[in-house]
Design a protein around this ligand. Structure first.
Ligand code: NAP
Length: 511
């Protein structure tokens, strides 16, 4: 493992989790706090207060977390002593998010902890709740006097996804939050931005002299971003029926990834707003679809059932529990997006996401143009096809970067073959346990908002998908289900790449 300088400990604070009895808390947040503590990044005076309507008390809540933790932390990295230290700082307060009494009690609860321990009044409020509570919790915290900062202490609010369900509701939520907290206090999470590889895209682009000069329309033919999931809705049908792949994945994760790939270099890497300015600028430069373009540049799909060769049968989306038998919810989306900028003139970005794909992975593929002169043309007749150079950034599960290029096969015949130069994160740096929330929680505690979304960034993303949502709502899909479970989506997604005489273009598929 490389020797990396240890960053400073996060300042002393109380982390208040609304939704302490929920899935996110046990699966991601508590394990992330444990990992931060293990890495020496959490002050030992950090306290955690869980708020939920769960019928519980301190002791029962601590026991509940201790029972669950084995499922969410790798045994190899688990130390009972360290866990006991963390859990001794966990507290539980029962309350309903809608009841003003909850916030009065919370204020007293927090003051009590401040007085008993050596913590200043730094409070991080984490809304790990259904999204309908985000605005209400912010307003109630403000009404209870818990959102006001001073020179001596800060108050911050983390808001989970989804942030609104369309442009209008995202604007309303921003407005509601701004009535209670200032923008610099609000941390809107997109856990994709917390992933090491996503952060590494910026390091890779702007930290290497050879990469950035060829990161533009002169050298790049097109870019693909794929987030493929092999699972179906897995008990989330109630939510998914109201969201679909466009709202669940494209409006946040895929556009966030695209903004990191396409942004211009910021003036400074130490200034969250300089980076977020560039990301917002590029999102605003993505051309909005006309209704005609929605029909030609946006593909939606829904999976049907399938019987696999191994004898397994997979239910179609409409046959899943709590899904309407004639549901029009899309479980697959592919889009062709263009950015109206000097750098990206004429370079399409093909982005897609789907459930029940044959693999679970996230990757970005930068496909370069062919060499200007096909010197090997004659010899290529034999193998019929010369692959283009591709830079593949793997985000999950096996994080790394590989460059595909053509090399001569050994022998007397001039024959080329595509080969890989591969960098694997885990092979080089070792495996560090992570839920993906460690960096985000740590950054928020340290007041660094770089990896969080700003109000204008969120609205710029919704402005891209809104015209598509509008057309899809007006014209319900008539061909659903239109792809088989365990396949790469509807045929139209393949045709999307090949339009305008680009017969050679095809989705990069993991082997
Ligand atoms: N779970 C994940 O892996 C994940 C990943 C990414 C983002 N998120 C986001 O994180 C947020 C939380 O998700 P989750 O899966 O943890 O949800 P969840 O399991 O439903 O947890 C929410 C918790 O809040 C409690 N609650 C609901 N209404 C309440 C009220 N009026 N007063 C007090 N407590 C109340 C719930 O209690 P009851 O059980 O009694 O309703 C539950 O314990 C959501 O915005 C979600 O989109 C989750």
């Amino acid at each position: 493992m490389e020797n990396i300088d240890t960053p400073k400990k996060a300042p002393k604070s109380i982390i208040i989790i609304f939704g302490a009895g929920g899935d996110l808390t046990k699966r991601k947040l508590i394990p992330a706090l444990y990992h931060l503590m293990q890495q020496g990044l959490l002050s030992k005076h950090t306290n955690v207060v869980g708020v939920d309507r769960l019928d519980s008390d301190n002791e029962t809540y601590r026991n509940h977390l201790s029972e669950e933790i084995d499922c969410f932390i790798d045994k190899e990295f688990f130390s009972r002593d360290l866990w006991d230290q963390l859990i001794s700082k966990a507290h539980f307060m029962q309350g309903d998010f809608r009841d003003p009494e909850t916030y009065k009690n919370l204020k007293n609860f927090l003051t009590d902890i401040d007085n008993k321990t050596d913590t200043p009044d730094n409070y991080l409020f984490y809304c790990a709740t259904p999204p309908s509570f985000f605005g209400e919790i912010a307003a109630q915290l403000c009404a209870a006097g818990l959102s006001t900062e001073s020179d001596d202490y800060w108050r911050r609010l983390i808001v989970e996804k989804p942030f609104g369900r369309d442009l209008e509701t995202a604007r309303e939520l921003n407005k509601a939050l701004h009535q209670s907290f200032q923008e610099h206090q609000i941390y809107r999470i997109d856990h994709y931005l917390g992933k090491e590889t996503v952060q590494n895209i910026m390091a890779y682009r702007f930290g290497n002299g050879t990469i950035e000069p060829i990161w533009n329309h002169r050298y790049i033919d097109h870019i693909q971003i794929t987030v493929a999931e092999s699972l179906g809705v897995e008990g989330r049908a109630n939510y998914y029926e109201t969201a679909g792949a466009m709202r669940d994945m494209i409006a946040n994760h895929l556009l966030a990834l695209m903004s990191v790939i396409a942004m211009e270099p910021p003036n400074s890497f130490n200034d969250a707003d300089a980076i977020r300015d560039e990301q917002t600028k590029v999102l605003k430069a993505i051309e909005k679809f006309t209704p005609e373009q929605v029909l030609s540049c946006a593909v939606r799909g829904q999976y049907g059932g399938a019987n696999l060769d191994n004898g397994e049968s997979i239910l179609g989306y409409r046959e899943e529990e709590r899904v309407a038998p004639e549901s029009g919810t899309e479980t697959f989306v592919a889009l062709k997006l263009m950015i109206d900028s000097w750098r990206w003139s004429g370079v399409p970005f093909f982005i897609r996401t789907g459930k029940r794909m044959p693999g679970r992975y996230t990757e970005v593929v930068i496909q370069y143009k062919y060499a200007p002169s096909m010197m090997f043309h004659k010899s290529m007749d034999k193998i019929n096809h010369l692959e283009p150079n591709r830079l593949i950034i793997r985000i999950q599960p096996d994080e790394g970067i590989s460059m595909q290029f053509n090399a001569k096969k050994p022998g007397t015949i001039q024959e080329l073959s595509t080969v890989d130069m591969d960098f694997s994160y885990s092979e080089h740096f070792g495996n560090a346990p992570s839920t993906g929330y460690e960096t985000l929680i740590y950054d928020c505690l340290c007041g660094d908002a770089t990896l969080f979304k700003r109000a204008d960034n969120i609205e710029a993303s919704w402005a891209i998908v809104q015209p598509i949502l509008d057309v899809w709502q007006a014209l319900p899909a008539r061909t659903f289900p239109n792809y088989k479970a365990n396949s790469w989506g509807p045929d139209e997604a393949d045709t999307l790449l090949k339009r305008d005489g680009q017969e050679d273009r095809q989705w990069h598929q993991i082997k």
